[in-house]
Design a protein around this ligand. Structure first.
Ligand SMILES: CC(C)(COP(=O)(O)OP(=O)(O)OC[C@H]1O[C@@H](n2cnc3c(N)ncnc32)[C@H](O)[C@@H]1OP(=O)(O)O)[C@@H](O)C(=O)NCCC(=O)NCCS
Length: 199
């Protein structure tokens, strides 16, 4: 289902230096966020369509908020955030593994392709595959969670396609534009993922 490729020999070291690329293909790369990404992130994270598709409430972001967010995730051991960049190394979105808990072997996963021209071309699926592989094979996690608004049909389809199962629906959990929306909690076990890789 997801093509695999060898991992760099010294992953921990390269992550610590902020140099590791999680994914390289012709059109997109994953790399650690840099200050140069702030302007693009500022734009798409304030885009009302993107805000509406994501599960969190936004009061709007200043550039300083984005810079703080990058710095917070750079230092926080429990989160691994990557910039999605195009072939010219320009930021087109971000993705990450959040709330990584080695004791329980769990984490949450998230992705946002900010540049619309890169959507619906298989990029989201490819990146999620790569992050899932990384979580299971390198971080030795055993379960990944995703939270998706009921109104976000593309993301629900995508996680379902990758083998995530709906474990809970939090009814009328999020207030958006005058209505309460359900929040779908998806889960994927490593055992199921590995089983699907064989087929
Ligand atoms: C959701 C998102 C990550 C999907 O990424 P993408 O690169 O556009 O999706 P892909 O091209 O890899 O498509 C993979 C699958 O997702 C589903 N999908 C993607 N776009 C879809 C759309 N517009 N409508 C319905 N299903 C869609 C389909 O099942 C698709 O499989 P298919 O092409 O075989 O039909 C991307 O649209 C995005 O970042 N949106 C804004 C932020 C967001 O919603 N993030 C997710 C929050 S949990």
């Amino acid at each position: 289902m997801c093509a695999t490729k060898p991992w760099p020999a010294v992953i921990g070291d390269s992550i610590a230096k902020g140099t590791m690329r999680l994914l390289d293909n012709e059109s997109v790369h994953l790399r650690r966020p840099e200050p140069e990404d702030i302007e693009t992130m500022y734009r798409y994270r304030n885009d009302p369509q993107i805000v509406a598709s994501l599960g969190y409430f936004s009061r709007g972001f200043a550039r300083a908020d984005i810079a703080e967010w990058i710095e917070f995730h750079r230092k926080n051991q429990a989160d691994l955030v990557w910039t999605i960049s195009d072939r010219d190394d320009r930021c087109i979105g971000h993705c990450g593994l959040y709330k990584i808990n080695p004791r329980n072997g769990v984490a949450a996963i998230g992705i946002c392709i900010g540049d619309e021209s890169f959507r619906s071309k298989g990029v989201g699926k490819m990146i999620l595959c790569r992050m899932i592989e990384y979580a299971f094979q390198q971080l030795n996690l055993r379960k990944i969670r995703a939270e998706v608004l009921a109104s976000n049909q593309p993301a629900r389809n995508l996680f379902t396609k990758l083998g995530f199962e709906t474990e809970a629906i939090l009814r009328e959990y999020k207030y958006r534009n005058g209505q309460y929306l359900d929040l779908h909690i998806f889960g994927l076990f490593r055992s199921k993922w590995q089983e699907r890789q064989k087929t």
